[in-house]
Design a protein around this ligand. Structure first.
Ligand SMILES: CC(C)(COP(=O)(O)OP(=O)(O)OC[C@H]1O[C@@H](n2cnc3c(N)ncnc32)[C@H](O)[C@@H]1OP(=O)(O)O)[C@@H](O)C(=O)NCCC(=O)NCCS
Length: 158
């Protein structure tokens, strides 16, 4: 259950990058550079970047890509002080729904095998483990779990 003020989820814009990079650097051992985020915001990319705001401040973000009919999730993060309060669940669900509205038929992602919180979140949204990439993360050598969600097309579902 998410307490306090509701969150607001909207597409990421360049003016969000100070806050996004601060969260990224606080959380990840191998943070994306500001240049990487800027590239994702460039108009000709297939990136699908969103932020979540609480009390008018960016407190989380999710980068994914729409590649033909597939959504590939690259990164999701919530500011450490606000984790565990339902914000990541709200953001992930929103981005997934927005992708479904654009007609994706499957979604994929990689996650560290030890990241139980993220794996639980993805499983709750219908992702299932389909493969293991050995030693995928170069900082620790940790394996990546590849997860997949298939979405029946509207024709198949009816
Ligand atoms: C993964 C992450 C985005 C989830 O966001 P969050 O706001 O903390 O998560 P939520 O509060 O919405 O909880 C989502 C689910 O995570 C799990 N979870 C939450 N807090 C947890 C905890 N303390 N311990 C274990 N699982 C937990 C639960 O399954 C929860 O579902 P619930 O609502 O049924 O309890 C966030 O924790 C984060 O930024 N982590 C660091 C970065 C990261 O690992 N990103 C994912 C890989 S790219």
């Amino acid at each position: 259950m998410m307490g306090g003020t509701p969150v607001h989820i909207r597409p990421m814009r360049p003016s969000d990058l100070d806050r996004v990079c601060a969260i990224e650097e606080e959380i990840f051992p191998m943070p994306w550079s500001r240049t990487s985020f800027e590239a994702e915001l460039a108009a000709d990319r297939c990136a699908f970047p969103w932020v979540v705001e609480k009390n008018g401040s960016v407190v989380g973000y999710m980068i994914s890509w729409l590649i033909e009919d597939e959504l590939h999730v690259g990164n999701i993060a919530v500011a450490p002080a606000l984790q565990g309060a339902g914000i990541g669940r709200a953001l992930f669900g929103h981005c997934l729904s927005a992708a479904l509205e654009r007609g994706v038929t499957r979604a994929t992602l990689e996650v560290r095998v030890g990241n139980a919180r993220a794996i639980a979140l993805y499983e709750d949204h219908g992702f299932i483990p389909v493969a293991l990439r050995k030693g995928y993360y170069s900082d620790t050598g940790e394996d990546a779990l590849v997860m997949l969600k298939t979405i029946p097309s509207r024709d198949e579902a009816s």
